[in-house]
Design a protein around this ligand. Sequence first.
Ligand code: SF4
Length: 740
Amino acid sequence: MAHTRRGWDPSLWVSLKPFGIGEQRPNNYLEIWKALVENRDQLPYAWRILSQGVCDGCALGTAGLSDWTLSGVHLCNIRLRLLRLNTMPPFAPSLLADVGTLTGASSGDLRALGRLPCPLVRRRGEAGFQPLSWDAALDLVAAHIRSSAPERLGFYLTSRGMPNESYYMAQKAVRAMGTNSIDNAARLCHAPSTVALKGSLGMGAATCSYSDWLETDLIVFIGSNVANNQPVATKYLYHARRNGARIVCVNSYREPGMERYWIPSIGDSAIFGTKLAETFFLINTGGDVAFLNGVLKHIFAEEWHDADFVRRCTSGFAALRACLDAQHWDELEAEAGISRAEMRQMAELVRDAKRAVFVWSMGVTQHAHGEDGVRAILNLALSKGFVGRPGCGVMPIRGHSGVQGGAEMGAYATVFPGGEPITEAAAQRLEALWGFRPPAQPGMTTPEMLAAASRGELDVLFAAGGNFLEVMPDPDYTRAALERVPLRVHMDIVLSSQMLIEPADTVLLLPATTRYEIPGGVTETSTERRVILSPEIPGPRVPQARCEAEVFADLAARVRPDLAHRLRYRGMAAIREEIARVIPFYDGIQHLRRQGDQFQYGGPHLCAGWRFPTPDGKARFTPVTPPRTVVPEGMFRLSTRRGKQFNTIVHEQRDALNGATRDAVLMNAADAARLGLRDGDAVRLVNERGEYRGRVLLAPLRPGNLQVHWPEANHLLSRDTCSPEARIPDYNTLVRVERL
Ligand code: SF4
């Protein structure tokens, strides 16, 4: 456990008003009450899930109600809101006999109907779904796959609590069926981080632990709002501040939750609130590379970098310096939206820190230049050797409990298990382990699968979890693409809107278990690389629900009976043993059996002792050039944001952190005044792809920038704009604002 200070510190209080009366803030005690009411029919089971299971929310990671960073209770309202998905009973299959009765139902309405009860099938022209047996369902899928070709198949898994074992078995099964076209939600969040980290440091994960936040001088959040997406992180930040750390946010919006928070499990914070981030650099959406390059330009000009570390432990310094020298201040200022003096202020904070941790999220990665955004962060961190030692690190913080492991297990179109590049040699190594050779060409990424579907070149799409209609840009295009796929299989715990899209030929729904229902327990990997066992929790079951690992193995055995003995499902412990053999850095997972069992692969710090697993053993600086965004007169930069939601699951119509309703258009007061708009005025955001209607919410944003909620504004986004290497869609765009 990290060192913490006892007692109260009034210098950090938000105000003397008790419990933030009158302030815009979440009421976490009300959240507990709501959870009690929602789960009142299964309270003992709900309690067992909370107290014994590993949280299926974000990737901070828990063991029951505790963690490895701080003593005391680890619980937040995201977890409480997700609880009902695990405790609710199934709906009656007859409910789907005519899907017309569900027309107009929101995603929230569909989820609230209950768990998927049994396999269900709907064929073209039929009004709804009819039950069928698991055997009939899997035979149907296997027949379609056998009559198709590997390049016409697509498989997708989402992060909805899905454990490492399911990701691992799914990718192995899919590769046994002859394709690498399996992707997962990690593609849509931190794929650029993985690419950039591997290139610069030789490892694709966070280099440090959360406990480093409590031992550092400076924590920099870039495009990240942990107060909303990883709420217990605010508790770590409270203690970081108590220990003397400075907290800086780089973002286009001064997120209220990052500025102050009332942490319910800490006495003085619960009553008086805590000031978290002291310094905000409000940059343009997409201005991260320009800002970070400007900061580094100052650091190099003043020789504030750690010259000894740079000389001994890095490569590429001269090229980076030359690249920065060629970048002019006026261009950096214009793109970043922030002055050279402010960049110097940030450089001075970096100069004064002996230890620093850099944390980033989708505000950096979900851009057409996502990889370069991460590289710019890594360049800055490397300038002072802020990796591989206590109180230092770079951390792509994950919002969902399954994504870190999902990619590392190889459920990824562009890498094999362990993040191995897809090559003949790697395929040969897997053949020796698996007894069959996987294809040696990369498969389709998620956007590429949809593009193939839209061209009529995808015969089978098997989506375990997720909802393309809400996750991907341009939902009309996505719907049209899905309507063209002859067989769509949706395996999930609840209904989603994509399941109700008209069948081109056949749509199959398969009921999945939750992570708490799987015999033998399952594992997840947290952001800090901790592999944690979540035990099976005794309680009610949906009798026909099956876990994805078992279903993928069963399906592949039907498609490839010759490989059935290689794929046979032998339980979770056996899968963990195989993972340990196939993915060397997961050695240790085979020993996880009981609640509380865990290990942190790579130890608390990757690159410890400044030994980097790159070809030359050195960390690599990478020259990056900022994008040049042309914003036509009258247009704004628009980014999409999360409110009170988990992934696309919207929990409340109003975000208690900032008061924004789902249709809020966050706008700077100066921009609003220029357009003659006031708080609450109805506006239309328009670009070449469509329009979005909402209401102005005056908010402290960088002028010229707007924010709206995701996924509501997805139809304004381009489906074709993706980052060049990781192929992550850009969830930002340009719009014009019109008064209604
Ligand atoms: S902060 Fe994340 S891991 Fe912790 S309880 Fe909340 S959702 Fe779960």
